[in-house]
Design a protein around this ligand. Structure first.
Ligand SMILES: Nc1ncnc2c1ncn2[C@@H]1O[C@H](COP(=O)(O)OP(=O)(O)OP(=O)(O)O)[C@@H](O)[C@H]1O
Ligand SMILES: O=P(O)(O)OC[C@H]1O[C@H](OP(=O)(O)OP(=O)(O)O)[C@H](O)[C@@H]1O
Ligand SMILES: [Mg+2]
Length: 285
């Protein structure tokens, strides 16, 4: 039986969330702690556990068909590789930073300076667009320490909470790009495996859509229903059912999880009671 071959980070920030999203899609595989390859029990899929930075080359060579990888790594090493889906986790930036004490004015301040980074192609391209020439020092990790040990004047690395920069007395001065985990596709994927990818993508979309949404149930007196319904956009329109108690109705709807907090007070003021907010597991539009 033909299986789609997916690359997953062996260990690190993407491993757990990658396996979780597949699990939510009904695709169960072992976590790769003791093995480099594992097959799903209930879907035609084989997982290869690899180093993040090696994945673009595996995709390019067609050794794997798809991968879950940080967009930032594709921008650095795989601009020729397509993205099928953004996955909404491992959100971060790739930024330039300098010591806090530096009086920074603009990106031109990097002219002739030394920049330590694990993202040389991204930095080169960015500085070229700005017409700035700098001297790059390529290192693989602990980049933030470079200015403190005299190796560089500034750095380019991943920033999320900013706490690593803070601890190393650095400040973010330019955001070069924002990134999140994505489902990347090999340019060499076969038609047969594209069909499996379509099935997987359909499931992923249902899971991601559901993560964004909440199922809301509430009760309202019939004379206040109109006002309550105005506040609630549904997938098509809210469901309204009569309660056993005369003069009352139950309203069911689906709402964007962020929008819910905007309307909760208004719903209560409009007369809604007994409001329940429930997670949704899958959502097919
Ligand atoms: N602090 C962070 N917050 C959010 N996402 C991050 C953060 N650091 C890295 N990422 C994202 O997670 C991906 C994997 O990061 P991680 O540090 O686990 O791997 P790595 O050290 O780059 O690679 P390798 O697998 O080769 O060890 C990065 O490419 C980036 O997209
Ligand atoms: O803004 P923050 O929330 O502090 O996150 C940014 C840090 O996270 C990543 O390192 P990681 O912890 O993955 O260590 P690594 O260098 O060993 O990959 C990245 O390389 C930064 O150093
Ligand atoms: Mg890291």
């Amino acid at each position: 039986m033909t299986k789609i071959r997916i690359a997953i980070q062996k260990s690190g920030r993407l491993n757990e969330d990658s396996l979780q999203i597949l699990k939510n899609c009904g695709v169960s595989i072992d976590n790769g702690k003791d093995q480099l390859k594992a097959s799903a029990r209930n879907f035609p899929l084989e997982a290869f556990y690899l180093r993040n930075g090696d994945i673009p080359q595996y995709l390019r060579d067609g050794v794997v068909d798809i991968a879950i990888i940080g967009e930032n790594v594709l921008i650095e090493k795989g601009e020729d590789i397509g993205i099928a889906e953004k996955l909404g986790f491992s959100k971060c930036k790739v930024s330039l930073a300098v010591p806090k004490s530096v009086k920074y004015k603009s990106v031109q301040d990097f002219e002739g300076k030394r920049i330590a980074t694990s993202y040389p192609n991204t930095v080169k391209k960015y500085l070229k667009e700005k017409g700035v020439n700098a001297d790059l020092h390529i290192i693989n990790g602990s980049v933030e320490i470079a200015p403190n040990i005299g190796l560089a004047d500034g750095i380019c690395d991943i920033v999320s909470s900013g706490s690593t920069l803070f601890k190393n007395n650095l400040k973010e001065v330019e955001v070069m790009l924002t990134s999140e985990a994505v489902l990347a596709v090999s340019p060499k994927i076969s038609e047969e495996r594209k069909e499996i990818l379509r099935k997987l993508q359909f499931r992923i979309k249902s899971v991601l859509q559901a993560r964004q949404s909440k199922y809301v149930l509430l009760n309202a007196p019939n004379d206040k229903l109109e006002k309550v319904l105005q506040l609630l956009p549904g997938m098509r329109s809210p469901t309204v059912l009569p309660l056993a108690e005369e003069g009352w109705s139950s309203v069911h709807t689906v709402i964007n999880k962020d929008k819910f907090w905007d309307v909760i007070d208004e719903l209560k003021q409009a007369g809604a009671e007994g409001i329940l907010v429930c997670p949704i597991e899958k959502m097919v539009l």
